[in-house]
Design a protein around this ligand. Structure first.
Ligand code: HEC
Length: 125
């Protein structure tokens, strides 16, 4: 009986945490959210900068940006994109520190938006 109870308790805990995770995914626009943002030309000012603002600028602007990785202006964001580090870190590519640090991974859609902007030549649009 005690064994049975602990199994039930374990199951409830697992279910609870998986629901919590689903909510978190929804909150941060998780992978299953419809990806409508990649249609047309991706605008730096309308799409990319707001995402970087939300996920990166808190740690990577100012006089002492984390890891000496400067962001927050078009020139700085473009330089990071050109070095391959922007896409490398957000897509958790091997050899890069996964970013945003200490937060859930950006959604596939958000990563695709940034990737499309990079592939189109990182325009200041
Ligand atoms: C909570 C703070 C925090 C946030 C938010 C954050 N970073 Fe970082 N980042 C760090 C710290 C600390 C380091 C240095 C340690 C390391 O490399 O893990 C770092 C290092 C880096 C580096 C250099 C490391 C490498 O692999 O070349 C890049 C590039 C970078 N971050 C990009 C980003 C991007 C892009 C975002 C947004 C998607 C982001 N970071 C969000 C804290 C943060």
């Amino acid at each position: 009986m005690r064994y049975f109870l602990s199994i039930v308790l374990l199951a409830v805990t697992v279910i609870f945490y998986s629901c919590y995770y689903d909510k978190e995914q929804l909150l941060y626009g998780g992978g299953s959210a419809p990806c409508t943002d990649t249609t047309g030309v991706v605008s730096y000012s309308q799409k990319v900068a707001p995402l970087l603002q939300q996920y990166c600028y808190s740690c990577h602007t100012g006089s002492f940006p984390s890891g000496n990785a400067v962001m927050g202006t078009y020139a700085a964001d473009k330089a990071m994109a050109q070095s391959g580090k922007l896409h490398g870190t957000i897509s958790y590519a091997p050899g890069y520190s996964p970013m945003p640090k200490g937060m859930p991974k950006m959604s596939n859609c958000q990563i695709a938006v940034i990737k499309k902007w990079i592939d189109a030549g990182m325009l200041n649009n």
